[in-house]
Design a protein around this ligand. Structure first.
Ligand code: 5RP
Length: 231
């Protein structure tokens, strides 16, 4: 099975976690796109759900496929969010934000009764950190914020390579109008500690560590979809 086939299999398996009448958070990225497509197909058969998208791209895809869309302002409590991830470890902690939607993804996931992560098997790691940690920052004083992130890493005995995310040669701009600094760390032994340290830096809006947010992971493998369930 290719990675994309594994993503699709996990996305289809996630349909089981959505009940008729649910308010559903839709993630962002290629795996989430498979889920949006599968959910839209089910909805066309009369399965009624109302959805909140985590990005303009997901909104466009979902609405073009006919899913009934709402906003978090109108529906602040969602039943379930289904989203992809860049990495997950054995403690259900995640790195997200490779697609640049981490801020809204975190707001939507934490407004849901539970978050289901769908992924191919390459996303499972023993320890988080191989994937560069995306940190969403306000554009003002971006270099000053970068060195404060470096200082926070030092407090955890870590070193990171900072890279301002670019798109077409220009700074990448998130849907919320912010920039992203990708921090290559290699290994994050204490994700919870780093979560708090980075989050407390002025200028940091949020970062891609999702700590204690996800409870179910569906991982596509060559032998079918494996389910990890917390507790
Ligand atoms: C977007 C994300 C995505 O979930 C993550 O990047 C995984 O993407 P893909 O499903 O394309 O592998 O966090 O901000």
């Amino acid at each position: 099975m290719t990675a994309d086939e594994q993503k699709k299999a996990a996305a289809i398996a996630a349909l089981e976690y959505v009940k008729a009448g649910n308010k559903v958070g839709l993630g962002t990225g290629s795996t989430a796109n498979h889920f949006i497509t599968a959910l839209a197909e089910k909805a066309r058969g009369g399965f009624d759900v109302e959805c909140v998208a985590t990005s303009r791209a997901s909104f466009q895809l979902a609405s073009s496929l006919g899913l009934r869309m709402t906003t978090l302002e109108k529906q602040p409590h969602l039943d379930v969010t289904v989203d992809g991830a860049d990495e997950f470890d054995g403690n259900y902690q995640l790195i997200k934000g490779g697609g640049g939607a981490l801020l809204v993804e975190k707001i939507v996931a934490t407004s849901s009764r539970y978050m289901v992560v769908i992924a191919d098997q390459s996303k499972k790691v023993n320890a988080l950190g191989k994937f560069p940690l995306p940190v969403e920052v306000v554009p003002f004083g971006v270099n000053a914020t970068a060195w404060k992130i470096e200082r926070a890493l030092k407090l955890c005995d870590l070193k990171g390579k900072m890279q301002l995310r670019l798109k077409d040669g220009k700074p990448f701009v998130t849907d919320s109008g912010n920039a992203i600094i990708d921090v290559t760390i290699g290994h994050i032994p204490e994700p919870r500690r780093l979560d708090n340290l980075i989050k407390s830096i002025p200028g940091v809006v949020d970062h891609g560590l999702f700590i204690d947010i996800c409870g179910i992971i569906l991982m596509g493998t060559d032998d079918g979809v494996k389910t990890f369930r917390k507790g």
